[in-house]
Design a protein around this ligand. Structure first.
Ligand code: THU
Length: 130
């Protein structure tokens, strides 16, 4: 399955009773293996866990830590942008040139790089004087 097919399929499993906004994400890791995630909300923290964070958790749980490509999809008027926290989480495991494709369920898509998504990224190098 392609990243688009995988993310589209996993989005159906999203648990989003508070926002009613279902999101699916798929990651191709360095091995070629594809990992997926959907958003999972809860009553105490209605924003819950994002789809991207779920896909990253699945990848790390499987023993991989290098992202080769990411795709995110939602039923949004415009290609859905990852939240700030997810941008940092993606950047933890992806190089600056890794492509993140933002999609809508009606076929729009926008390919961005990690560099585009998170200029001025905080890295471990910023802690070098501690
Ligand atoms: N959400 C994601 O899962 N990924 C994004 O890139 C944007 C937002 C989720 C979090 C929450 O469950 C819902 O969408 C509304 O914010």
């Amino acid at each position: 399955m392609s990243l688009l097919e995988t993310a589209t399929a996993v989005r159906e499993n999203a648990y989003a009773p508070y926002s009613r906004f279902k999101v699916g994400a798929a990651i191709r890791a360095a091995s070629g293996q594809v990992y997926s995630g959907c958003n999972v909300e809860n009553v105490a923290y209605p924003e819950g866990t994002c789809a991207e964070a779920g896909a990253i958790a699945a990848m790390v749980a499987a023993g991989e830590t290098v992202i080769a490509e990411v795709l995110v999809i939602a039923d949004s008027p415009e290609p859905v942008p990852p939240c700030g926290g997810c941008r940092q989480k993606i950047a933890e495991f992806a190089g600056q040139d890794v492509v993140v494709t933002l999609c809508t369920t009606d076929g729009k898509s926008l390919a961005m790089t990690v560099r585009d998504l998170l200029p001025g990224l905080f890295t471990a190098a910023h802690m070098d004087r501690t």
